[in-house]
Design a protein around this ligand. Structure first.
Ligand code: ATP
Ligand code: MG
Length: 589
């Protein structure tokens, strides 16, 4: 449709190209997993810069995680070079923090205010209420009320007021403040809103299906109905309801931006055909996308069916995963899949970094970690929780904060090492092995970030304060990735194990509670997100018996597995597998 930018857009299909080359005004890109939404968005920004003369400093791109922001920045650097440095590619919270920084005096904060982590929030609320237990109970309510923009409970409203007063007295903002304060400022001061609108004339949001009410209000302040706003997402991948995300904002985009152009992407470039068929079937009962079209762009891995394995218990499940990884790495023909099907292509050249094990709850990682450790396989493990709330991280950061200016540590990594040593030496030794292990694991987690930050201490502090554990994921590390399903959003791996596919675990249902329809639909979407992370090989595993929350329980296969009939899947890895792993003696089952 146009000749300019032809090389830039050469790697896109016609629908992607239409979206990437579209001019100003509101634009909605709605498409399923692996259709190149994120890739299209990146190319669109590059196209705006190089072909449409948009100054980089006017572009604001909002992503869901700092990891995603970093990846987009790197890709844009590859596409447009130095100009990419002037772009603002960020998350809602980091962006909000930059506004709070600029406008700190409006909020009763000094220029170098701090950001409270969960522990500090609890301390402050406990002081406000004079009751630690009540604080623990009420903090989530306060957080929810602030995200929803209202407290309908008088007790919560009162506690919130006193909590916020004390927070400000301590010169602190909390995580919710980072978006809530800018919203309050922009909504009450039209001139200020105009300043920011003028600054960011081109805005885009990836993973728009997971926006929450406060983020939505911030966006509405920045992008009035005719604005140059591009939003991208997939309602069937909305999985953050428990944090206040509301897919309703995606579904009403057209009502909010009536002149919006809509582009559907239909070709999936990620997964083999069976994986795709099964995933579509799995989400179908509660899909939020009418008449979805999603076809595999590449028939390469078409013949490989999904491997389904039911183990006797969680240790046997971990054993199956480890054994299968061993076979994959050995490059041996796939014992469990019929060799013809498991074409050499599908297993060719698989390394640790190509493999992910996904699960619903962090607790499930335990037996898998044990099995991989025994096999001496390297792995990295990340959840979607905030980095600063992980055991040991705050202490290290506190130490880091005080130690680094005085020592003028040559780089962040050295500073981290030093801070960790001090914290470790401080911990009393007797009976503290667990504690030391926690600290080591925290240091290991933080090291890739530290390396990435070079000598930029300020950036490292931000990563720790605002990041999720998964932001520390190093996609290039030669390690197996162990991830919660939430943390796996937006990512892809040649080989995926989706573990713990049992009633009660996926769908997750705490003992003694029932799921309502909306909750069950969300669990189904999580299953869909998990399956669609796989490129070449997908294994879906579960156990017949599992110790969970300190109790041994009998488990039934997940009802979601009904989507995996014999046309798309096959049973693999019978438990009496006689084959011993190629090079290592494992303790299995
Ligand atoms: P998700 O919903 O999981 O976030 P997505 O729609 O954002 O997925 P991307 O991650 O952008 O999808 O792309 C999926 C994969 O397909 C990537 O490896 C990407 O490089 C590849 N891809 C996308 N478009 C094309 C294309 N036109 N040609 C070749 N590969 C493509
Ligand atoms: Mg994406």
């Amino acid at each position: 449709e146009e000749s300019t930018g032809s090389t830039l857009l050469a790697g896109l299909d016609p629908a992607q190209r239409e979206a990437a080359a579209a001019g100003g005004g509101p634009l909605l890109i709605i498409a399923g997993p692996g259709t190149g939404k994120t890739r299209t968005l990146t190319h669109r920004i590059a196209h705006l810069l190089t072909e449409q003369g948009v100054p980089a400093r006017q572009c604001l791109a909002i992503t869901f995680t700092r990891r995603a922001a970093k990846e987009m920045t790197d890709r844009l650097h590859g596409l447009v070079g130095r100009e990419s440095a002037a772009l603002t590619v960020t998350t809602f919270h980091s962006f909000g923090l930059s506004i709070v920084r600029e406008q700190h005096w409006r909020f009763g904060l000094s220029a170098d205010f701090g950001v409270a982590d969960a522990e500090r929030q609890l301390e402050i609320l406990a002081e406000a209420l004079g009751d630690g237990r009540a604080a623990r109970r009420m903090l989530p309510d306060i957080s929810r009320a602030r995200r929803d923009g209202e407290a309908d409970d008088a007790e919560v409203a009162k506690a919130m007021e006193s909590y916020l007063r004390r927070l400000r007295e301590a010169d602190l903002a909390d995580f919710d403040d980072l978006v809530a304060l800018p919203v309050a400022a922009l909504e009450s001061d039209p001139e200020l809103a105009a300043v920011y609108r003028d600054r960011y004339r081109w805005i885009s949001v990836d993973e728009y299906q997971d926006i929450d009410a406060v983020q939505y209000r911030l966006l509405r302040m920045l992008a009035p109905p005719e604005a140059n706003l591009t939003v991208i997402g997939d309602p069937d991948q909305a999985i953050y309801r428990f944090r206040g995300s509301d897919v309703g904002f995606f579904l009403r985009f057209h009502a909010d931006y009536p002149s919006a152009r809509v582009v559907h992407l239909t070709r999936n470039y990620r997964s083999g055909a069976h994986i795709l068929t099964a995933a579509m079937r799995a989400v179908e009962p509660t899909t939020l996308v009418a008449d979805r079209v999603l076809v595999p762009a590449d028939r390469r891995a078409e013949a490989v069916k999904i491997g389904v394995h039911e183990a006797s218990n969680e240790h046997a499940e971990a054993g199956f995963i480890t054994r299968t990884i061993d076979q994959l790495l050995g490059g041996s023909s796939f014992h469990s899949l019929d060799t013809e099907r498991a074409s050499a292509e599908a297993t060719e050249g698989i390394g640790f970094s190509d493999i992910a094990v996904l699960y619903r709850t962090s607790a499930q990682a335990r037996p898998i970690v044990d099995a991989l450790t025994r096999a001496d396989y390297p792995f990295q493990r990340h959840s979607h929780d905030r980095l600063i709330d992980r055991a040991g991280v705050r202490e290290i950061l506190d130490e880091f904060g005080y130690a680094s200016p005085a020592s003028k540590a040559p780089d962040v990594r050295a500073g981290l090492q030093r801070a960790a040593e001090i914290v470790l030496n401080r911990a009393p030794h007797a009976g503290q092995e667990g504690r030391a292990a926690e600290l080591y694991s925290a240091v290991e987690l933080l090291t890739p970030l530290a390396v990435e930050c070079g000598s930029n201490v300020e950036r490292f502090r931000h990563e720790l304060l605002l990041g999720a554990e998964v932001d520390a994921l190093d996609p290039r590390a030669e390690r197996i990735s162990l991830l919660t399903l939430h943390a796996a959003k937006g990512l892809e791996f040649p080989v995926v194990f989706l573990a713990g596919c049992e009633e009660g675990l996926l769908p997750l249902r705490w003992p003694g509670t029932e799921l309502d329809d909306a909750e069950l639909a969300e669990e189904r979407r999580l299953f869909f997100v998990g399956m669609t992370r796989a490129q070449r090989l997908l294994f879906v595993t579960g156990a017949r018996e599992r110790t969970w929350q300190g109790q041994q329980r009998d488990c039934k296969p997940s009802s979601f597995l009904q989507a995996l009939d014999s046309s798309v899947s096959e049973r693999v890895g019978a438990e009496d597998n006689r084959r011993t792993p190629r090079s290592r003696q494992l303790t299995l089952i």
